[in-house]
Write a protein of this length. Structure first.
Length: 119
């Protein structure tokens, strides 16, 4: 399965963005999915995850209350809603299939999508 994140861009602090993750070459219908990010000069970090059914979600403390995660299994896609964005949310965002719930993934990271939050 190939995963392509999109929807990033430049936004002012306090603004909102919604990222999309489209899967191709296979289905993610029965896979738990996660969003991760990597800021310049920093380690990759977990952001949010959602179970295959969509009935459970999990968030990093740094984004709790500001981000949402959802999925549409009919479209083979996962979404990350980002609200009240902060400059420290600036990073390249990736979606991955989880190895272990709620925050472990070891697959191919792909290109990701850049989110830049200006102060």
């Amino acid at each position: 399965v190939q995963l392509q994140a999109s929807g990033g861009g430049l936004v002012q602090a306090g603004g909102s963005l919604t990222l999309s993750c489209a899967a191709s070459g296979g289905t993610i219908r029965y896979r738990n999915m996660g969003w991760f990010r990597q800021a310049p000069g920093k380690e990759r970090e977990f952001v949010a995850s959602i179970t295959w059914s969509g009935d459970s979600t999990y968030f990093a403390d740094s984004v709790k209350g500001r981000f949402t995660v959802s999925r549409d299994n009919t479209k083979n896609a996962v979404y990350l809603g980002m609200d009240k964005l902060k400059p420290e949310d600036t990073a390249v965002y990736y979606c991955l299939i989880l190895d272990t719930w709620p925050d472990r993934a070891s697959g191919y990271w792909g290109q990701g999508t850049q989110v830049t939050v200006s102060s």
